[in-house]
Design a protein around this ligand. Structure first.
Ligand SMILES: Nc1ncnc2c1ncn2[C@@H]1O[C@H](COP(=O)(O)OP(=O)(O)OP(=O)(O)O)[C@@H](O)[C@H]1O
Length: 303
């Protein structure tokens, strides 16, 4: 099967602002891909180009081997954008029903309401919904037809914890049905839990593309924790001089260390005559990895 989407050396400039610079990536069928990056990184601009809402200044964007506009017209893409008008003065059922009708491969409205788990909102007026409810209606609009690709820009913003969990279980069913999903988020734990692959943008550039595990490994950080008891001897003040550590926290007898080289750090602990007990070494979470690689990208820019 064809690739779902491809960015080939894509840039987008707004006057002097380089919103996206030389971005290249391909989305493959059935993948769930998270788009991460700090505010202003270029995620929404990339999504807009993917959907044909903005044209690249340079490079090429294709969807299903053709233009984004063609793919949209063919109903191959379901979209949930951050904002933008939901028609006021209509009910949820009317709005979703309209979306089903205009979709070239639209589903029956009741099926869509059921899948999105918003049957209870069906008769409510769209302009009287809470922020989180509005997001769920937007999601229903994105799944109102048999689209191959679903694009979601910060879909869970404004949802409470339960709504987010319910949302992702519905989304997972969409992924299991074989659809390709691209979502932008600031919730890194969502990306970690849901995505097969993570794209990280920073100041318009794609700075990482891999599984969450690969990105965490690339950040190279490990967390070490152990207990040190004074009766075991050794001088705990030596901890400050350990090699490769990036953070140190001593609280009572518990020592917590972040390090870029756990082997070197621990070898030095033993050489210093310390006797750690209950040693644990773990990888960092995606959030810490994200902070590390975006900080590295900023530092590299300064050079
Ligand atoms: N229409 C526009 N005119 C001028 N500058 C723009 C326009 N749209 C976006 N930008 C700028 O391009 C950059 C990228 O913005 P974009 O909205 O794509 O980032 P983002 O990663 O989606 O951010 P956020 O997480 O805050 O939504 C920002 O510096 C933004 O100010």
């Amino acid at each position: 099967m064809h690739e779902v989407a491809a960015f080939r050396n894509v840039s987008k400039h707004f006057g002097a602002v380089k919103a996206v610079s030389g971005s290249s990536f391909t989305l493959h069928p059935g993948e769930t891909v998270a788009f991460l990056g700090p505010n202003g990184a270029g995620k929404s601009t990339s999504i807009d180009m993917l959907l044909g809402l903005k044209d690249p200044s340079e490079g090429q964007v294709t969807l299903f081997g053709g233009t984004p506009r063609q793919a949209i017209m063919d109903g191959r893409v379901g979209v949930m954008l951050q904002s933008g008008g939901l028609l006021p003065e209509v009910t949820v059922r009317e709005l979703v029903g309209f979306s089903c009708k205009v979709h070239p491969r639209g589903y029956a409205v009741d099926d869509v309401l059921k899948t999105a788990q918003i049957q209870d909102l069906a008769d409510r007026r769209v302009d009287r919904l809470s922020g989180g409810q509005e997001q769920r209606v937007r999601f229903a609009l994105a799944t109102s037809g048999d689209s191959d690709l679903i694009v979601l820009d910060e879909p869970t913003t404004g949802m409470d914890v339960n709504a987010r969990q319910a949302f992702w279980s519905v989304m997972k069913a969409q992924a299991d049905a074989g659809r390709t999903i691209l979502f932008a988020t600031h919730y890194l734990e969502e990306a970690d839990a849901i995505a097969d692959r993570v794209l990280v943008m920073h100041k318009g550039r794609l700075i990482a593309d891999g599984t969450a595990a690969e990105i965490k490994a690339r950040a190279g950080q490990r967390r070490i924790s152990f207990d040190l008891h004074p009766q075991d001897g050794g001088d705990a003040s030596l901890l400050n001089a350990l090699p490769a550590i990036t953070a140190l926290d001593v609280s009572g007898s518990t020592v917590r260390i972040s390090t870029s080289d756990a082997d070197a750090t621990m070898a030095a602990v033993y050489r210093a005559g310390l006797y750690p007990r209950g040693l644990e070494v773990t990888g960092v979470g995606l959030e810490q990895a994200f902070i590390t690689i975006t900080a590295e990208a900023t530092a590299a820019e300064g050079n």
